[in-house]
Design a protein around this ligand. Structure first.
Ligand SMILES: Nc1ncnc2c1ncn2[C@@H]1O[C@H](COP(=O)(O)OP(=O)(O)OP(=O)(O)O)[C@@H](O)[C@H]1O
Ligand SMILES: [Mg+2]
Length: 397
């Protein structure tokens, strides 16, 4: 792979990476800053996996701001095919041109002896209508074909079908796209590629191998407090620090959806607007809907709040044992029903432990759409994933 242009602004080292991201409002820890610095030096995509709201998407946006690059975003979803990711022929434009050029086209076939000859003559003009002029670039082609360096965000790649993942594999390996009618388009400038995943399904080892992989988890208390402060929520520092501790306690409960950083920020703002001066269980429970989005979770957090606010508070018996983040199947007398267990694991604690076991995922993982049954791979047509790449090219494994 070769590039013709250097990035507009590079990072000099890890510390500089952290500082430049911080100047754009993104507070990265050591591992993340190192990964980002390496990505800019090694020209490798970064794959960020982790629960919702830990700053995966925001990283790509901040990286674009920090480096002065344009952000091109491919939002992945189920059923998406290459025409929405790579390119498609602009049929409307082709039609319009043929209408306008009707007379000229008429002249081409005017003296043709028969229909066969007329078709032959028109066929010779194919390259006019299947040229780059009539190509509608979608995000991946747009990033490869951009004259200026870009940040390419491939967001929620786990939601895309495996066929699209195969297309990405080729793209990320060679930074080029082959269009049968046009030829191969190679990256003019190397994009910084950020892929994000919420782990609703396993990504292929081949994809992971091509990327610098980072599991982005909830930040530690110090960094989360820094993030809250940086958002200028209006909540006093001492209260914000208490709030962070309480949110961290809530994350330890086995909830369907644990509160994310953005929900901590929202909660801080809410409490500031209400002019709260002390974090009591009462005031927190009246504003709990800002951070807890499921009825059953609400009940669990309500029950646990007195203990979270004051560790010496009396805790109802049935809540013991939910504060230390272990999985299920531990033989407690209150073990939930099978159906409940699937829901309980939506936040992914047990799933993360089983991360390398293929086929372990379910549709509800990290709040994925659908029911609670196992996710079946959607049908993929044999033509999917081959369109932009010549079949002769060796597919990376
Ligand atoms: N390290 C950080 N520094 C500053 N802000 C952060 C950081 N991490 C998260 N945030 C804030 O948290 C919010 C959620 O982040 P973001 O949308 O990037 O999460 P995500 O991991 O992409 O979530 P999802 O999986 O739901 O898309 C954003 O508003 C962002 O500003
Ligand atoms: Mg996101």
């Amino acid at each position: 792979m070769s590039t013709t242009t250097e990035p507009t602004q590079g990072f000099t080292d890890v510390e500089d990476t952290r500082a430049q991201l911080a100047a754009c409002g993104y507070l990265a820890d050591d591992r993340l800053a190192t990964t980002v610095f390496l990505q800019t030096r090694l020209e490798k995509p970064v794959l960020l996996e982790g629960p919702a709201g830990v700053g995966k998407t925001q990283l790509a946006e901040s990286l674009a701001t920090a480096t002065g690059r344009r952000l091109i975003r491919l939002q992945c979803y189920e059923g998406q095919d290459e025409t929405k990711a790579l390119y498609e022929w602009d049929y409307g434009k082709q039609l319009l041109y043929t209408q306008i050029l009707r007379e000229k086209i008429g002249q081409v076939v005017e003296d043709a002896a028969d229909l066969n000859e007329a078709v032959e003559r028109i066929a010779k003009q194919d390259s006019v209508f299947f040229s780059q002029r009539f190509l509608a670039a979608r995000p991946l082609l747009e990033a490869i074909d951009s004259d200026t360096p870009v940040v390419l965000l491939i967001d929620e790649v786990d939601r895309a079908d495996e066929a699209l993942e195969a297309v990405l594999l080729e793209l990320l390996a060679e930074f080029q796209i082959s269009i049968p009618e046009v030829g191969t388009i190679t990256a003019k400038t190397m994009p910084y590629v950020v892929l994000t995943s919420n782990n609703t399904r396993d990504l292929s080892a081949a994809l992971k191998r091509r990327c610098l992989h980072l599991f982005l988890d909830y930040p530690d208390a110090v960094r989360e407090l820094e993030i809250i402060r940086s958002k200028e929520t209006g909540l006093a520092d001492s209260l914000a620090a208490r709030l962070v501790d309480i949110v961290r306690g809530i994350r330890e409960l086995e909830l369907r959806k644990a509160p994310s950083i953005s929900e901590t920020v929202d909660w801080a703002r809410t409490l500031a607007v209400l002019g709260v001066e002390e974090l009591t269980a009462d005031v927190l429970s009246t504003t709990l809907n800002v951070v807890v989005k499921y009825e059953r979770d609400l009940k669990r957090v309500m029950d646990a709040l007195p203990r979270l606010v004051d560790p010496n508070a009396e805790v109802p018996d049935h809540l013991h044992g939910h504060g230390h983040g272990h999985g299920h199947g531990h033989g407690h007398s209150h073990a939930p029903a099978a159906e409940d267990r699937v829901e309980d694991d939506v936040d992914g604690r047990a799933e993360r432990k089983a991360k390398d076991q293929p086929g372990r995922h379910n549709a509800g993982y990290y709040g994925g759409a659908g029911g609670t049954g196992p996710r079946t791979a959607p049908a993929v047509s044999t033509s999917q994933g081959t369109r932009a790449f010549p079949s002769t090219r060796k597919r990376p494994v």
